[in-house]
Design a protein around this ligand. Structure first.
Ligand code: GLY
Ligand code: MN
Length: 467
């Protein structure tokens, strides 16, 4: 029987093979450090450790102080962290070498204390430094006497070229990665379901955060994939707002953008719902607009589709809706031409998802992007392919920082009904975000079981108040 480690290790080995084949190196070396914990200045504590995604992707392990190397003549070697007696007392004994062999799928596994010898043998050779480049600044943390004495020539251009190859590989998720993303999405769905039941006037954003994150962890989440966003009422207009002590009020919308991480893999889901039982006033109309735009983009997503076109199509549809509601005025073409809708939708339609929430490879240099408001924060600008995991997350916000800018008000005096907009001060924002796998034939919404239609949301809210 093939166990979970074997499956993981063979997936990681396949990634290494693909990378090495695409790199086509002759004599250059590659070194991929994991990184080491970063001290919190002025304390004896450390920031939570995150292994560099390139190290985890190619090495299969995420422990601090590990180093993966590649020499086209010798192949891959993993130098595992070595735990001192003192570290063993305070933070545990670390893994045994055999465990690293099992997880990396490599036979060439040595303690990191052997890395100095490897560098010494390769003195003077050109080197690409992927992973965490902290090894240059804190070589002692990798048990090296120093870095510069090895006279290795870190080649910036080579590093950039090899990194781009890895970025492109990382876009297409293998079966092991998909398994972890699905587990992360499943945990997130449970958290969001709880939030639908838990939120009510009088409870704070912070209380919601505590409940949703606890539910992630109860359902297999290892940590949150990013700082959970809970914005109620006006706070929903801050795209990455941190949950505050603000208590929800009847009539507010609550925007929750939160995702669990499982074995390094992220999920990223947003739902917006009323703090009370029902969407009121313009909330209903604008929510329906964002939902329609999101469902259009999901329906249009598939292999060969240009994500930039999805983003621009979503922007156009939002603009059309804002014209119909009367927030915008004039011709649709004119509005879109001048990016007026970007005042209310100032971010991209979504991004790749994987080892990072905004995963690598979304915008590789091959494609130039015009510097215009509607494209500035587009974090995925590529043709979609089967195996990509992406988010689709249109939004609509009334953001004082943009709407109170006199220059903006002058520029769009004709296109925006400013009286309407000013009356919506405090509205906050709406965002609806799902995680989507591009398949051979179309798209699978990984977070599809989490409700987002008005009828179901209002039914869930009614249940919450009944309970
Ligand atoms: N979940 C936050 C973002 O995608 O920016
Ligand atoms: Mn997102």
């Amino acid at each position: 029987m093939v166990d979970a480690f074997e499956r993981w290790a063979s997936a990681v080995a396949a990634r290494r093979e693909r990378a090495a084949r695409a790199w086509q190196l002759r004599d250059e070396l590659v070194i991929v450090p994991a990184g080491v914990p970063i001290p919190i200045a002025g304390t004896d504590q450390f920031h939570e450790f995150h292994a560099h995604p390139e190290h985890y992707y190619l090495g299969g392990v995420a422990d601090p102080g590990g180093v993966l190397t590649f020499d086209p003549a010798e192949g891959w070697t993993y130098f595992h962290p070595v735990v001192t007696q003192e570290e063993a007392v305070w933070t545990g004994p670390g893994r045994r070498a055999e465990e690293y062999v099992a997880r990396t799928g490599l036979a060439a596994v040595f303690p990191v204390t052997a890395l100095a010898g490897w560098l010494e043998r390769n003195r003077g050779r050109a080197l690409a430094l992927l992973g965490n480049d902290d090894i240059v600044r804190v070589p002692g943390a990798y048990r090296l006497p120093g870095w510069h004495e090895f006279e290795l020539a870190v080649d910036g251009e080579l590093t950039a070229r090899l990194r781009e190859v890895v970025d492109v590989l990382r876009r297409t998720k293998d079966a092991e990665e998909l398994l972890r993303i699905r587990r992360a999405v499943a945990a997130s769905i449970e958290g969001h379901r709880l939030a639908f039941r838990f939120a009510r006037p009088g409870r704070t954003e912070r209380q919601i955060q505590i409940e949703i994150e606890a539910e992630f962890f109860r359902h297999g989440g290892d940590r949150t994939a990013y700082g959970s966003i809970v914005g109620s009422g006006p706070n929903g207009a801050t795209l990455h707002v941190s949950p505050s002590r603000r208590a929800l009020e009847d009539g507010d919308l609550v925007l929750i953008d939160a995702g669990a991480e499982v074995e390094g893999y992220a999920s990223d889901i947003t739902r917006t719902f009323p703090a009370g039982r029902r969407f009121v006033g313009l909330q209903r109309e604008l929510y329906q607009l964002v939902l329609q735009v999101q469902e259009w983009a999901i329906g249009a997503a598939g292999p060969g589709v240009d994500y930039r076109d999805l983003h621009l199509g979503a922007s156009r549809r939002l603009a059309e809706g804002l014209l119909q509601v009367g927030i915008l005025r004039g011709s649709l073409d004119g509005i879109v031409e001048r990016d007026v809708q970007a005042l209310f939708f100032p971010h991209g339609l979504g991004h790749l998802l994987g080892l990072a929430t905004h995963d690598a490879g979304g915008c590789i240099p091959a494609r130039a992007r015009p510097d215009r408001p509607s494209l500035r924060y587009l974090r995925l600008d590529a043709l979609l392919e089967p195996g990509f995991v992406i988010t689709i997350e249109p939004g609509l916000y009334f953001i004082p920082a943009l709407l109170d800018d006199p220059e903006v008000r002058r520029r769009f005096a004709a296109e925006v009904d400013w009286e309407r907009v000013d009356a919506l001060r405090g509205f906050g924002g709406i965002r609806i975000e799902d995680d989507v796998l591009i398949t051979e034939t179309g798209a699978e919404v990984l977070s599809a079981t989490l409700p987002k239609d008005i009828e179901t949301i209002e039914a869930l809210r009614a249940e919450a108040f009944a309970g």
